[in-house]
Design a protein around this ligand. Structure first.
Ligand code: SF4
Length: 758
């Protein structure tokens, strides 16, 4: 397989030609030297560069095999750290042997050492003495006492469920596990959820409904080039995970067909053999229209359907109501294009459908993904080699983060918190009475929406998330956060959410700690500590141990990651996401281990469902869903669709990437993408400010005029706070199954914004 190195698309972009110190360097043996650290130099020489970075090193100059801190690809990288290493105290080297990325990294991964520099970090706890007052520096004993007393006080006055925990899909498995245990065992609250609810929850719900098990990809990435036809739905890996492009390019080199479904002609769509450009929210009808044509053209794999599935009659009936002309009216995709796509996918011997946030972040996200799974099942493209449905997860630990207990309805091992057997097993590992475990709590948006309200959470511990930028209806959410009696934020940086906190706890990140994540393939991988954190910084695991002790639970919360992982293995044993046979030693020796892996002798499971699906009868279940409109369709007052997404040089809420100069230079701020016809109608030119107004608020940003977007749709990236915050506008309408908000579309009005600053 040919590896494409430094896989930025061929565009004019600072990242396509990174500064010399960020370029991938060839792997070379470390050059051990005496341990004079930047911290030492800063203290003793006044060296300004050393002062700026001032990271502390474990010892002499060394290299450490680890992984990128950002997205779910979890690219392997080698970090060189030590006193002689540049301004950031660490540099990225190539790690060509790691199979997922083969040494390639995008600009975010290459520039990740900048996150370690002291000047972008929190280096000690911060406290607010009175509402509206300033944050001031504090020591750890004072900060921890304030948090413990605050949490205990709210629990005493308002009950255990008035205390909440909000986690993140970027947290390691160990942190996600320990956060869930802390909520249930120490705080005894049902109210814990996490920002992964905003990312992959619809795909997860559809996956479980169809297959009985949810793992992002049921096959390794290396299978993709060997399928005959791949449909990418609402996914733009050219911007979100560029090194993954090599799999799609190799597919085409092998003679396979790439179909991209996206309202925008993205960089990924530009590489496709066929681009279908439905209006936002049209993906469900589109999938049903393709299923209709597959059935009409006799392309159903009757043998597979009879032997390995249930519920096809319902799916066929649903598809019957979605004839081509109707689907063209619903989606804007011409009938001829529909026929072309149905023939390409239906006639291919093998095929895959991969979804990302486009179809998933909708109030009908679970059904939309279900319809695409139905298309796979009807054509026999699931549970077979080189075929299947998968989800390209988003956050760094988007997969593992949803498996081990930080979800409102879940216990470790992907167990249901409502299942008495699961409760008994996990309670046994935790040494508590199963009856003492709370039940299911509120989903992420519902939890945030209830903050400070009667019956809602009044004290919140938040880690690894920045909802002031990333939550839907973000202005409203920020107001709710301000209404809390106590907000505690654990973060390596002073994010927009941390700025609202009563207590800010500076925590370790990525290269400063050990821990596992699970990438989009279900491959459990190991991040290794490469250097010491700044002096005043502690890990979340340490924080949880200290808080647990202060709240009366002195045992069961180790501060080191590996003992936590060993307990997670026992807690997950026998569950869907069974990690029992995975150890740090094995991960390091085998370039990751795929779950389920029930014992040390088990090889792990790169490919799922080849013999049977994980349902009780072993058969996959058709969803049999029908089209319905979005929660908010354009009307006279709000005549356009808004869709949101990411850009190459920024990541999620931007809390990390907006602190990296090279990334900021490439993507310095928000913008509104609009079609030339719309721009002409509004008399708006390139770079001129426009306002975008929805029923929830108004945002202002410069126009970017391009014919790659539909004339009825505008696009905004969501990485920035302030006037250009896209999530000021987004609709928190929830999917009834996954509780996913409708980030991907809402109705807006766009106008010139003369005389305003963005
Ligand atoms: Fe790889 Fe994603 Fe990191 Fe880029 S951001 S280097 S694609 S893990």
């Amino acid at each position: 397989m040919a590896a494409l190195r430094g896989d930025c698309p061929p565009v004019t972009c600072a990242l396509a030609n990174p500064p010399a110190r960020l370029r991938l360097m060839s792997c070379r043996a470390p050059r051990p030297r005496g341990g004079v650290s930047d911290a030492y130099r800063a203290r003793n020489t006044g060296d300004p560069v050393a002062k700026r970075s001032a990271v502390r090193f474990i010892g002499m100059t060394t290299t450490t095999d680890t992984h990128c801190p950002y997205c779910s690809l979890q690219c392997g990288m080698r970090l060189r750290t030590g006193p002689e290493v540049g301004a950031a105290g660490a540099e990225v080297l190539e790690r060509p042997g790691f199979p997922v990325n083969g040494g390639a990294l995008c600009g975010k991964g290459r520039s990740a050492p900048a996150l370690l520099a002291r000047d972008v970090r929190l280096t000690g706890p911060l406290l607010r003495d009175r509402p509206g007052g300033p944050l001031r520096s504090a020591g750890w004993p004072e900060a921890l006492a304030r948090v413990a007393e605050g949490l205990a006080g709210v629990r005493e006055r308002h009950g255990a469920d008035a205390v909440g925990v909000f986690g993140g899909g970027g947290l390691t498995n160990e942190k996600a596990y320990q956060l869930g245990k802390f909520a249930r065992v120490v705080l005894r609250t049902a109210n814990i959820d996490y920002n992964g609810r905003f990312c992959m929850s619809s795909a997860a719900a559809a996956h479980r409904r169809a297959f009985g098990l949810d793992r992002g990809l049921p096959f390794p990435l290396e299978d993709i080039p060997h399928t005959d036809c791949l449909v990418l739905v609402g996914a733009n890996p050219a911007e979100t995970m560029p090194p993954a492009l090599r799999y799609f390019r190799e597919l085409r080199e092998n003679g396979g067909t790439l179909i991209v479904v996206d309202p925008r002609r993205t960089r990924t769509a530009a590489e496709a053999d066929l681009h279908l450009q439905p209006r936002p929210g049209g993906d469900l009808a589109l999938a049903l229209g393709l299923l209709h044509l597959v059935i009409a053209d006799g392309l159903v794999d009757e043998e597979f359907v009879a032997a390995r599935t249930t519920g096809f009659d319902r799916a066929r009936a649903a598809a019957t109501a979605h004839w081509p002309d109707r689907v063209e009216r619903l989606t804007g995709v011409p009938v001829a294009r529909l026929r072309e796509a149905a023939a390409l996918f239906g006639r291919a011997a093998t095929g895959m459908v991969l979804t990302a946030r486009g179809p998933e972040q909708q109030s009908k996200g679970t059904d939309t993904v279900g319809a695409w799974i139905d298309l796979c099942l009807a054509t026999g493209k699931a549970g077979r080699p080189r075929s299947g449905y998968g989800c390209l997860t988003g956050q760094g630990n988007g997969q593992g983060g949803r498996e081990h207990g930080q979800k409102a309805d879940q216990l470790p091992g992907y167990r249901s918190i409502e299942d008495p057997v699961a409760r008994a097993h996990v309670a046994g590992v935790w040494g508590v009475d199963p009856e003492a475990l709370p039940g299911a709590g509120r989903s992420a948006y519902e939890l945030l929406d209830g903050l400070g309200q009667p019956g809602g959470v009044r004290a919140l511990l938040l880690a690894g998330s920045n909802p002031v930028v990333s939550a839907p209806n973000a202005g409203h959410v920020a107001g709710r956060l301000r209404a809390l009696d106590l907000l505690v934020v654990a973060d390596p940086v002073l994010s927009e959410t941390a700025r609202l906190a009563d207590v800010v706890l500076p925590v370790t990140q990525w290269a400063e700690e050990d821990g596992t994540t699970t990438n989009l393939e279900g491959r459990v991988i190991l991040r290794r500590r490469a250097l010491d954190p700044p002096e005043g910084v502690r890990s979340e695991l340490w924080v949880l141990r200290e808080l647990a002790a202060r709240l009366g639970v002195p045992d069961g919360f180790p501060a080191e990651a590996e003992p936590v992982f060993d307990e997670l293995r026992r807690a997950s044993a026998g569950g869907d996401a069974d990690y029992a046979g995975i150890s740090y030693r094995r991960i390091a020796a085998e370039d990751g281990v795929f779950w389920p892996c029930p014992d040390a002798a088990h090889p792990g499971t790169p490919r799922l469902f080849l013999d049977r699906f994980a349902t009780p009868d072993g058969r996959a279940r058709f969803a049999g869903v029908t089209h319905r409109p979005a929660a908010e369709e354009p009307d006279r007052d709000y005549p356009l669709y808004l869709t949101t997404g990411r850009v190459l040089a920024q990541y999620q809420s931007g809390a990390q990437t907006r602190r990296v100069p090279e990334l900021n230079a490439a993507a310095p701020g928000p913008f509104v993408e609009l079609h030339p016809r719309l721009a002409a109608r509004l008399a708006v030119g390139e770079g001129e400010l426009v306002s975008v107004t929805s029923r929830r608020g108004r945002a202002v940003a410069p126009a970017r005029v391009t014919d790659t977007i539909r004339p009825d749709t505008v696009f905004m990236p969501f990485h920035w706070p302030g006037a250009g915050r896209a999530n000021t506008l987004t609709n928190p309408a929830l999917d009834p199954v996954s509780r996913m908000p409708e980030f991907k579309l809402c109705a807006v009005r766009v106008e010139r914004a003369e005389g305003e600053a963005s």
